[in-house]
Design a protein around this ligand. Structure first.
Ligand SMILES: Nc1ncnc2c1ncn2[C@@H]1O[C@H](COP(=O)(O)OP(=O)(O)OP(=O)(O)O)[C@@H](O)[C@H]1O
Ligand SMILES: [Mg+2]
Length: 250
């Protein structure tokens, strides 16, 4: 089951109107079923753009993306966004005027799931993310801590039983302890639910902990892709070498 390609990017470039420099510059990449692929890179290096092209929130200017061997354009967009991919945004994107339950349920409503199914599923997801449904279900989003909000964001991304999760800095701005707990949840998700996860972070220790492979992005390119050991022992560029040694903080 491992080593089976689930997503393939072939010579993908993305130019945004008015920008001379490409957001993504001729990237080719295979993502294996069941792996956690972590993308790290400076601000503006193209990480969010790459994720957005996968569920067609952005279209590449050139190149092709295949999912299970089929061109992404041959899939129905809604099917892709709600069926195949779950997406946790860089900014959490929960609806403040809705309760925790409603925030998760809305995804299931869009799929016309019956109410009994929806209620059961919401409880399961909250339990899975270790948020007691009785305590948290009816609270509004601003009545939650940052870490609890992030958990709701992940629960919502899981609601549609998608095969693949796209997570764009989902734990930004959290304290180290909460972050560590949520990283453990992600590893649990991978083990228990066998998800394929593409995870963006600025935190090198998070990349090392979660990534089966790590892709280092710079100026719209993937400078190097490999395991933690490969990147640390055989960095291909000075940028990768420095990043592995010191992270982004120097
Ligand atoms: N909608 C847009 N229109 C024009 N340019 C854009 C747009 N979105 C992103 N860009 C540009 O494309 C490049 C890549 O942006 P992207 O958001 O993918 O970076 P990122 O690696 O996610 O950065 P960060 O770590 O800050 O989130 C940047 O130069 C950015 O300014
Ligand atoms: Mg980004």
């Amino acid at each position: 089951m491992k080593n089976q390609k689930i997503i393939e990017l072939i010579n993908i470039s993305k130019f945004y109107p008015g920008n001379e420099k490409p957001g993504i510059n001729n990237v080719s990449l295979n993502i294996q079923r069941g792996e956690i692929l972590v993308l790290v890179g400076s601000s503006g290096s193209g990480k969010t753009t790459l994720l957005k092209m996968l569920n067609r929130l952005e279209e590449p200017t050139s190149g092709a993306i295949l999912i299970n061997g089929k061109d992404i354009k041959s899939y129905n967009v809604n099917e892709l966004r709600r069926g195949f991919f779950g997406y946790v945004f860089q900014k959490i994107g929960l609806f403040p005027h809705m309760t925790v339950k409603e925030n998760i349920e809305i995804v299931l409503r869009l799929d016309n799931k019956p109410i009994i199914f929806r209620e059961k599923k919401v409880r399961e997801l909250l339990d899975f993310m270790r948020l007691s449904p009785n305590v948290y279900g009816n609270r509004y989003i601003n009545q939650l801590s940052g870490g609890e909000q992030q958990r709701v964001g992940v629960a919502r991304a899981l609601a549609t039983d998608s095969e693949c999760l796209l997570m764009d800095e989902p734990f930004g701005a959290l304290d180290a302890v909460t972050r560590c707990e949520l990283q453990d949840e992600i590893l649990r998700l991978k083990e228990n639910l066998k998800k394929t996860i593409i995870f963006v972070t600025h935190d090198i220790s998070e990349a090392f902990k979660l990534g089966d492979r790590i892709g280092v992005m710079q100026n719209g390119n993937i400078e190097q892709l490999g395991t933690k050991e490969q990147l640390c022992e055989f960095p291909k560029t000075p940028f990768v070498e420095q990043l592995m040694r010191t992270g982004f903080r120097t």
